[in-house]
Write a protein that binds this ligand. Structure first.
Ligand code: NI
Length: 258
């Protein structure tokens, strides 16, 4: 059986403080082959990098989430540029984007740092991991203006319509699919998974958040991804092994891993 590639996790989160090493050490036996720990701010990016350097099967993305762009200044931008460029285990810039649900920072400020980090990814020739909530058209507009199609990456925890998915597909982006797909109210996401070609889907947890049914509400981990695999296989009318194999290949291709 092909192992699972969890393309988006936050094992650096304090929710894992009590048993992080034990849990990470159990993943391989649980059928999880590789994990990308995604930075959400500067301190979290530093922790993600430390985890990637500690575990051979853990990689990291370094970047600043729209809620955390207050972290960015001359000094931290220089750190991000240097480490994202030089660290061999850093496979992407992320997570970056726009969050108009929480609106922690003014939208113009969010956009400025989103653009800066897209440009950073372009300079470093790394893909981007995009977080976008209640900000579909602005996200697509910024991406187009920054020619994100030439940079490549994933819209993680995709939450918009199948119609909107066409815009991101046109830029050749991947779609991160996680526990939300198993929820009762996931009709829009089911339609998106029906619509998007298998070659553009990635598996993710966003753990500790968004546990799939039947573990909804509990702390999530990569060990829960098989519930998402089952659902994708059902929607696409293919075997679970095919879902594992194709998403494994997609993740390697996107992150430039062999
Ligand atoms: Ni995330």
């Amino acid at each position: 059986m092909t192992p699972i590639f969890d393309t988006h996790s936050h094992y650096d989160d304090e929710a894992f403080d009590e048993d992080r090493d034990e849990l990470l050490n159990s993943l391989k036996a649980g059928g999880v082959g590789k994990v990308v720990d995604v930075g959400a701010g500067i301190p979290s990016s530093k922790r993600a990098l430390a985890l990637a350097n500690k575990y051979d099967f853990v990689y990291c993305a370094l970047g600043v989430h729209p809620d955390e762009v207050g972290d960015l200044n001359e000094e931290t931008c220089a750190w991000l540029e240097k480490e994202a460029g030089e660290q061999p285990k850093c496979v992407a810039v992320g997570e970056i984007g726009l969050d108009y649900h929480w609106d922690v920072h003014p939208r113009e400020v969010q956009k400025k740092w989103f653009e800066w980090q897209l440009d950073l990814a372009r300079r470093l020739k790394k893909p981007v991991i995009i977080h976008s909530r209640d900000a579909a058209s602005d996200t697509a507009d910024v991406m187009k203006a920054c020619r994100a199609g030439e940079i490549g990456g994933v819209v993680h925890c995709y939450s918009y319509s199948a119609e909107m998915a066409r815009e991101f597909l046109e830029m050749d982006f991947y779609f991160g699919i996680g526990g939300v797909l198993t929820y009762k109210n996931a009709r829009k996401l089911v339609e998106t998974v029906e619509y998007v070609p298998m070659e553009k889907l990635l598996l993710e947890t966003d753990c500790p958040y968004l546990s799939p049914v039947p573990h909804r509400g509990e702390r999530n981990s990569s060990l829960n991804i098989p519930f998402v695999v089952t659902k994708i296989a059902e929607i696409k009318g293919i075997s679970e092994e095919e879902v594992r194999r194709i998403t494994w290949e997609n993740a390697h291709k996107m992150y430039g891993l062999s």
